[in-house]
Ligand binder design. Sequence first.
Ligand code: HEM
Ligand code: HEM
Length: 464
Amino acid sequence: MSGMWRFLKKPEGPALAFMVSGMLWFIIGTLYGLVSAIDLVAPDFFANIAPLVFGRGRPTHVNTVLYGFVTEVLVGCGLYYVPALLRTKLWSPPAAWLSWLLWNITVLSGPICFAGGHTQGREYTEYIWAFDVTFTLAIVLLAVNIVMTIANRRENSLYVSVWYFTGMLLWTAGSYPIGNVMWHPSTGAVAGILDTVILWFYGHNLPGLVLTPLAVGAAYYVMPRIAQAPLWSHTLSLVGFWTLVALYTHIGGHHVPQGPIPNWLKAMSTIDSMAMVIPVFVALGNLWLSIRGRGGKLLADPAGRFVLAGTVWYLITCVQGPIQSLPAVQRVTHFNNWVIGHSHIAILGFAGYIALGAMWHILPLLSGRELYSRRLVNLQFGLITFGLVGFFMVLTTAGLIQGGAWNNGQTIYRVLPEIAPYMFLRAVMGVLIIAAAFVGFYNLWMTLRRGRVIEPELREEALS
Ligand code: HEM
Ligand code: HEM
């Protein structure tokens, strides 16, 4: 028992646990993505298997990759880099273990509950009330843990990654219960059009105030380290931080400009979506200026390449985003596969790439073992990049075909055969991404079991 307690109190345990479970969810979540992709190619394929029909498989896919894979891996990274940057031990490893357990109970509830049709039925807030509670507890516990770690810190200055990680926990502790309407346990919704406003307030906080701060915070930690260069500007990093929170919180209306929400809300959402270029370019400019003249170091490092590519996806996502928030553009791009293309380059391209790169960089520091195989990291990079570029091209093209047809008044059943080849290609590309998930899990597991042990002095050097 005392051995168990000692293990639970090891400061690096929870960070590692979040990474391992996140990588496992990567496999499970993307397999559900394939199930949904097959549903869209051959709708009768799983017709007699209720848990796998589109309406159940899709939310399982989306929630598992979002809350399971990308977010968990990035939280694991944060639980490592925040104490490291503060030169202080994590305040309470047992509390972080409890957060890990509660978090994973929530993610596990997806495949179990959605399979039986138990869902709140609102996109991104599908988990039923009991699991909203477990998730909120996990986040609140993590927030307390990190705030207490900051309070006990030995390093006076707060590096920007600490701001982002802490900000994400505090904002999510507030916005998750609101977005999930947790004060109405039986429905998780309020009546009428107001529900759409509340849902999309949260629906955009999820990428904006959960994934973006986690991913940008991790990039700020990893990129200067690999480039062995100081951050270009601390002031600019804080300008990016505060403009992010000032603008992101009220642009959710750009998801529903075709709906009967108030016009002022639509106008505000569109204008502030345009203004989002400020935090995005400030963060990207600061990161890229920090590594200027040393980009080669990042490209030569398998983890650095992932993170650098993630920043490029961030640029592409956030050029596309403001454009598609214009109502005139949405007349063509809304209600079709264009948006699915955007979602995948945003969540897998931007946040997922940075999650993987940061994890491969941090894993040796955390475990004291060298990566089992750098070539497998490169293989994973190649598979995901090939798959995702293909995904993006195929879905954007399919979206434009659908949008054009919609505007020409064509009926849906005439358009479906036109996009069938694209749906097939998406499923094929998806297999590459799933293969990358398996390769990643194998490499992670083998690193922990067989990776060459790093000499303690070298580890100290790497940590400093
Ligand atoms: C970690 C990688 C992935 C992430 C982060 C991810 C994320 C997402 C997200 C956020 C959505 C919701 C999109 C929206 O409503 O706008 C979605 C939908 C979907 N994804 Fe993925 N996905 C990943 C991998 C895959 C893979 C590998 C496949 C196929 C094999 C796939 C197939 C699908 C399908 C079919 C949908 C539903 C599209 C629709 O409603 O028309 N995804 N995914
Ligand atoms: C400058 C920043 C961004 C802007 C202005 C923006 C804008 C938009 C708009 C207008 C839509 C709705 C499109 C439609 O339904 O027709 C959308 C959808 C979406 N965005 Fe972004 N985006 C930005 C960045 C991001 C980032 C960084 C992420 C992820 C980390 C992200 C994830 C998503 C997802 C998942 C959806 C699909 C939501 C759904 O299921 O309908 N976006 N974005």
